[in-house]
Design a binder for this molecule. Sequence first.
Ligand code: SF4
Length: 377
Amino acid sequence: MTPAPVSSRPSDPAAPAAAPSPNRPSLAVPPLVGASIAELTDWVKEQGQPAYRGKQLHQWIYQQGARSLEDISVFPKAWRQTMAAVPVGRSQIHYRAVARDKTVKYLLKLADGQIIETVGIPTAKRLTVCVSSQVGCPMACDFCATGKGGFVRNLSRAEIVDQVLTVQEEFGRRVSNVVFMGMGEPLLNLDAVVGAVRSLNEDVGIGQRNLTISTVGVPGRIRALAAHQLQVTLAVSLHASNQSLRETTIPSAKHYPLTALLDDCRAYVQETGRRVTFEYTLLAQVNDTETHAAELAGLLRGFQSHVNLIPYNPISEVDYRRPSGDRAQDFLEQLEELGIAASIRQTRGLDADAACGQLRASHLEVDSDSSNLAAVD
Ligand code: SF4
């Protein structure tokens, strides 16, 4: 795929370019990606340039894909050369894997050499990006390749927004949706995630309702997110129909009982007016029986929500298996009969190491084996 600048705002009326929010926290720039017009204007003024250069800089970063100030031909040549070393905040594509269904999984190399995963998922009408919020993850969920690899560090606002710009440029079309479902627990990196959400909305032009933040649950953080009054969708990863089963697959659940988690979800709905979706990874013979379906329905009865059933993508480190298509369908039908809105999420990119963290893990293994990993770019 040829990188292409994407120069127009989205035509989707659900994704208007919003006015800058009054409570958007200011961060030090550079890096420049993720910064608002106001922040960029302040920065160019500090460099002795006229204020209107802030708007030009904003256009070149978000619409023309500038990777260096040297690229910005409307700036005076002498200033461009002086500022050539200022970090714009763009990553490099280290590797890309393309699945038969055109889903593309990228390994992106950050300024400090860390590698993260980002996925571009195209359909006729949408281009969805699954972004990472951390390098690795400390939550250690038992079925997850990222969780098995441990935690390295949080991503910055710039590093999150960069992932979306990268996929947009790669596909040469507007990104319509962003899901925070890649590596990491977004609510453990709340400031950067909220900053990125505001930038994706106000600078990149993606409607807040087209953004989804996913969490396995961190005590206090769902209410903290709700206090930001964003219009994003909250997707809560349940993956179990009762507390003891949840503790076996999600160790952090010991500190956050299901009853408290669901109370916080109700508070989120009340505070934001947005619906919560529940993610439920179907693990064969572990959480996919009729008893589990009945238990799950009991847990969510009366809750305005939707359950996404996700048949598991197996990883080599553990013995969990993917249920058959018929078993997943039976589970779905049982939930629906019990009055719970649910659907089975189509798995995209199964032939491109689809499970979260799988591609990165396999490359880190190759790297440490040979210390000579061949990258695509
Ligand atoms: S499933 Fe999500 S929260 Fe759990 S270890 Fe993996 S990346 Fe972290």
